[in-house]
Ligand binder design. Structure first.
Ligand code: UT7
Length: 346
């Protein structure tokens, strides 16, 4: 009598659909942060702040800032090349490039097209998406849809930001929070692995004003007046954003766990959006998660928006916090408002 196959301890929500054994696995990850480090002590010389205030209110110690001739597409390209190397994927194999960013090199063409040119992936289609700090999960979900529908076999997903270009370095409320960087993942149909099990996304445009950059679009094109009014800088209602972040991240995480019919104890590593240590701890408490399940690197990089969970995922893999077969939870929140969560079997 043959031994029955061991039953999985979670449900694959994709199994409800006829994907004929198709999976969306993450076969490579990579990240890049610029060399220049700005510490809290450096910021004390620039604005009326202190290391004590910044660290106790946010958990941030330092952040990376790109050089003046280093653009979002450069950060993205560096991360992409590392992910391609890990996956063993050549540029000509890539079918699609998606870049999630709120700091594109320019309004158009897309940063994804600029990355395409830099890595030589000339067969690929390329476009950007904008879901602020939630962008990487939104991009993962879009990429996965193309893989599962058999439209494409190899998708390069990148979260990349040069937030230093839209931060007002004289505003202590915001300049202490953000940093530059990029993270990338290669998505492929690999029948030997489950990969991305589910990703949920949510948005609430009614709260668009909480976190925005008002200038530079069709509503308020660049002009001498818009520049002097500071409309090309990021602005945020920190307290309201904080409250919404905790609630939305908790809801998104719970929904993704429910879809996989698992509870939080089965998650090996939780990778939350790295905006504020107090947000991460509040979400963990609501989820009933233990501190040792959390992966946190915002002390080093601050909030890198769309790059945040992508960089953290790469570091968690590189430091062996994530091993093959582990269940991982990614959970994000950002301007829009937008939020999302994803469960991955590594
Ligand atoms: O990635 C997208 C999502 N983004 C987030 O999730 C960020 C969410 N928000 C936050 O992380 C927090 O709200 C902040 C870190 C931005 C602010 O923390 P807070 O505990 O909400 O502080 P607050 O804004 O209420 O400010 C408290 C005080 C104020 O002084 P008064 O008015 O009480 O005298 C601020 O002016 O702290 C002052 N303050 C600072 N003091 C020293 C604000 N920024 C600074 C600073 N250094 N850098």
């Amino acid at each position: 009598m043959s031994t029955p196959a061991p039953s999985k301890k979670f449900k694959n929500p994709r199994a409800n659909f006829n994907f004929q054994g198709r999976t969306c696995s993450i076969s490579g990850v990579g990240s890049y942060v610029p060399e220049r480090i700005i510490t809290n002590a450096d910021l004390e010389k620039m604005v009326d702040t202190s290391d004590e205030w910044i660290f106790s209110r946010t958990g941030i110690r330092s952040r990376r800032v790109a050089a003046s001739d280093q653009y979002t597409s450069d950060l993205a390209t560096n991360a992409a090349l590392k992910a391609m190397k890990m996956a063993g994927v050549k540029a000509e194999q890539i079918d699609l490039i998606i870049v999630a960013t709120i700091t594109p090199d320019m309004p158009f063409p897309s940063t994804a097209c600029l990355v395409q040119q830099k890595i030589g992936a000339y067969r690929a289609a390329a476009f950007d998406i904008e879901a602020a700090c939630s962008g990487f999960i939104f991009a993962l979900e879009i990429g996965q849809q193309f893989i599962m529908s058999r439209t494409y076999n190899t998708v390069l997903v990148i979260g990349a930001e040069k937030l230093s270009s839209i931060v007002n370095w004289t505003d202590r409320n915001t300049c202490v929070l953000f940093g530059d960087g990029a993270g990338a993942a290669i998505l492929q149909n690999r029948p030997d692995s489950h990969g991305l099990l589910t990703a949920c996304m949510g948005s609430d445009g009614q709260k668009a004003d909480l976190l925005s950059m008002p200038g530079g679009g069709s509503r308020c094109p660049a002009s001498a007046e818009s520049v002097s009014a500071g409309l090309h800088f990021l602005r945020m209602d920190g307290k309201e954003t904080f409250k919404n972040a905790v609630q939305a991240m908790n809801t998104a995480a719970q929904e993704s766990l429910r879809r996989c019919e698992i509870d939080i104890t089965q998650i090996k590593c939780i990778i939350p959006h790295q905006a504020n240590r107090r947000i991460i701890d509040a979400v963990a408490e609501r989820l009933g998660a233990k501190q040792e399940q959390l992966f946190v690197n915002l002390d080093k990089y601050g909030n890198t928006s769309a790059a945040s969970v992508a960089i953290a995922l790469d570091e968690a893999v590189a430091t062996k916090r994530i091993q093959r077969g582990d269940l991982i939870l990614l959970v994000v929140f950002g301007a829009g408002l937008t939020w999302g969560a994803a469960v991955i079997e590594w």
